[in-house]
Design a protein around this ligand. Structure first.
Ligand SMILES: [Zn+2]
Length: 102
């Protein structure tokens, strides 16, 4: 009856292996709501500096030099591109005013 025992233990090993695989996959899968940072709203700092440089470090609406942000001329949600030609310098108040309206 040696064959029966070895067959059983072989199956047990396979099952144990499958359980390990399953656990491994669960451990390896990051929870969906954490870990991966959300896509940053706005543009990277480096790009922002380029935009502000190009626009003379002033808000295109009111000319303010304070609290500058980079705004998408055409919102990405409306097909605007993530490139310099679609960026403009806005101060935070103007930007949030625009954002509230759209
Ligand atoms: Zn402004």
């Amino acid at each position: 009856m040696a064959t029966v025992v070895s067959e059983k233990s072989r199956q047990a090993k396979i099952i144990a292996y499958e359980v390990l695989l399953e656990q491994g996959m669960q451990l390896g899968t990051p929870p969906p709501s954490s870990g991966s940072p959300q896509r940053q709203r706005g543009v990277p700092k480096v790009v922002a500096r380029e935009v502000w440089d190009r626009d003379g470090w002033e808000c295109r609406h009111c000319g303010s030099h304070r609290d500058l942000t980079v705004d998408h001329v055409v919102p990405v949600s409306k097909g605007g591109a993530d490139e310099m030609s679609n960026y403009q310098t806005l101060c935070r108040p103007c930007n949030s005013r625009k954002g509230a309206r759209v």
